[in-house]
Each structure stands twice: as structure tokens, then as C-alpha cells.
Write a protein that binds this ligand. Sequence first.
Ligand code: BTN
Length: 276
Amino acid sequence: MDQQTLERSLVDLPLGSIRYYDQVGSTNDQAARWIAEGAPNLSLILADEQTAGRGRSGRQWITPRGVALAVSVVLYPTLEDSDVLPRMTALGALAICDALRNTYRLPAQIKWPNDVILNRRKVAGVLAEAQWTGSDLAAVVLGLGINVASASVDGAVLPASALRFPATSVEDVLGRPVDRLEMLRAVLVEFLRWRKRMGWPDFVRAWESRLAFRGEWVQVFSGRGSSDTGALPLLREGQIAGLTPDGSLKLTVRSGDVVTVQFGEVRLSPLKSEAG
Ligand code: BTN
């Protein structure tokens, strides 16, 4: 991959500028620096390899060379953008989920709030980071990490013991090679489609309709201050009932009451860990 090939394959999409890197620490950090220099709205950064990729709750995110997609998009929220961070995060998850469904016919789902899973294994993650000017939200960097080939989830890269949730790749599930540029394009097409509809009620309905583990018993943990190996405090246990209009998770707890869990530094695990 290189700058020219990347630009050429996305030429017809209404993006801002595009920057390609063979290797960076984190595309989200690179995007944050670019915002300070005046990056246009919907600018995109893609790296073939990340050496210090970041996941949610301070976790690391490994992107080995040539086998995954590590992308960040610069967004300047408008006044119409309410509940911006949950919706931005959902935007990233919906875009990946719908690209996998519509282009690759894969049964992708969203593990609330923002992981994309295939066959109960994580295939992609989303990290939305806000930039503030005083108390005003100035910009959002939306980072998308997708495990495309098997080697992106290879035990040699990250031991299974370091993963909090089992991982898979698109190629593992699809059973054939996937062109990363074609996949990126599919994700960006869905991304641009949903970006226009973020304030509409059908946005949260779409997010809800793709929820994984509907009706199943799950545990929701606080992800704050966690390490990769440390135990996380349990916040709630219940059956997934859906989402509220602001994207909070509705759980039916043992008493039969429905409680909500707000979007934030949380992590969800099904009580029954894997299918089959
Ligand atoms: C998670 O599941 O914890 C979120 C993972 C987000 C990873 C992506 S890869 C591109 C962008 N740059 C980063 O450093 N992180 C995000």
C-alpha cells in the first residue's frame, strides 16, 4: 500500500485529505496532531503498521504490518450532534458492521458499546477521542481497528491470555483473502451513509438491531483504570433488553426490573462465553 494507491481507491468518496504512513505509533495520535495543524473535516489517516496503537480503557491495540486496517477519521461535530461520543463510537461500529454484512455477507454484530464481533469473537474495535476547546467539543478522532487477516490476531503477536475477549479476523471467518483497500472502501461508504443520519431515530434503532447477545445474560464491568490482566469491578448483571434512545444499554436484572447502563468506560461479557 502507498499514498497514491490509497488516494486512488477512495477518490470518489467525499472525504477531507488523506495521509498514509508505513508505520506510526498510533493513527489517533497522528490525527490529533493534524487537527492542531488544521486538518479538514473527514480527513483520514491510515497506517500499514502501528507500534503503539491504543484501545479503550488504556489497553494496547496491536496492528502488525500488512494484515489489518488501522484508520483514524477527523470529525468536527456540528451543533446538531447530540450525545456526540456515544454516537460517534456507534458510527464507527455501525460502519464496520454494515460493511461486513452488506459487502461480505458476514453475520457481524455489535457488542455494546462498540466492538464488532463475528461468531462471538471480536473482529474490530473503535476508539473515539474528543478534543476540547475549554468546555466546547472541538473535534473527534474516530479510530477504527479491524483484524483483516489471521496474522492480525496471531498468538505470536498478542498471547491469548492478554485478550479479554476471544478474537478473530475477517479472513478466518470468510475463508478467503480480503483486499484491505476494498474493505476500507466498504467501511467508509457505510460510514458516510450513517454520518448523515447520526441524529435520526433510525440511527439508534440500527445500532440496537445489530446488538450481540440480545436476551442473553451478560455482565457489565467498569473498564476504568483497568490493566490488561487485572480484575475489573462488576457493575451489573442482566439480560440484554435493548438500547434507550441515547444509546444506553437496557438490562433486565434478576428481580425483573429493567436498568440502564450508560455508555462509558465499560466492558461487556456474555455469561456463556462461546457458542457451540
Ligand atoms: C478497542 O477495541 O479497544 C478499540 C481499538 C481501536 C484501535 C484503533 S486502530 C486505529 C486507531 N489508532 C489507535 O491507536 N487506536 C485506534
